[in-house]
Design a protein around this ligand. Structure first.
Ligand code: THU
Length: 153
């Protein structure tokens, strides 16, 4: 199952992701990422990348957003995600090329998708503007391994 999302809602998600990216903690890469999840009730839950002086401990924006939704008991309510990112100059993220979720985040998003019993709409854009790409998580992570393989529903 996958829900139909209007262009207007997709744009709202991208705007929320851009707003979230302003809070990125990314002093090591200088690459700010924002993610915004749309829930079944219309609520939006955001995340930013959260880097660490021990580089390998850094968390991606999408993962932070999904964990935040889960912490609120809403893991099964996620229907779509907007993702933006770009290099920071002067504390502001720049660029119009869309960024797509890394492999680990695709797997994390898949956990939410399968637990909620739906495919996710994934909207990708640059930090400043430009085109919004629309994807389905099932296209970005085909033949996914997930909770169902371990008998979890
Ligand atoms: N990053 C994300 O937040 N999400 C992605 O899907 C790709 C990469 C972050 C991790 C790191 O803080 C910075 O972008 C540069 O890799």
């Amino acid at each position: 199952m996958s829900d139909e999302i209007s262009d207007e809602i997709a744009d709202t998600l991208i705007a929320a992701a851009r707003e979230a990216a302003r809070n990125a903690h990314a002093p090591y890469s200088n690459f700010a990422v924002g993610a915004a999840l749309l829930l079944t009730n219309g609520e939006i839950v955001t995340g930013t990348n959260f880097e660490n002086a021990s580089y390998g401990l850094s968390l991606c924006a999408e993962t932070v957003a999904v964990a935040r939704a889960n912490a609120e008991g809403k893991l099964r309510q996620i229907v779509a995600v907007g993702i933006v990112g770009g290099m920071m100059r002067g504390g502001v993220a720049h660029g119009t090329d869309p960024i797509r979720p890394c492999g680990r985040c695709r797997q994390v998003l898949n956990e939410a998708a399968q637990m909620g019993g739906r495919d996710l709409a994934v909207y990708c854009a640059g930090a400043e503007g430009g085109a919004v790409e629309a994807h389905r998580l099932s296209d970005l992570l085909p033949h996914a391994f997930g909770p169902g393989d371990l008998g979890i529903r």
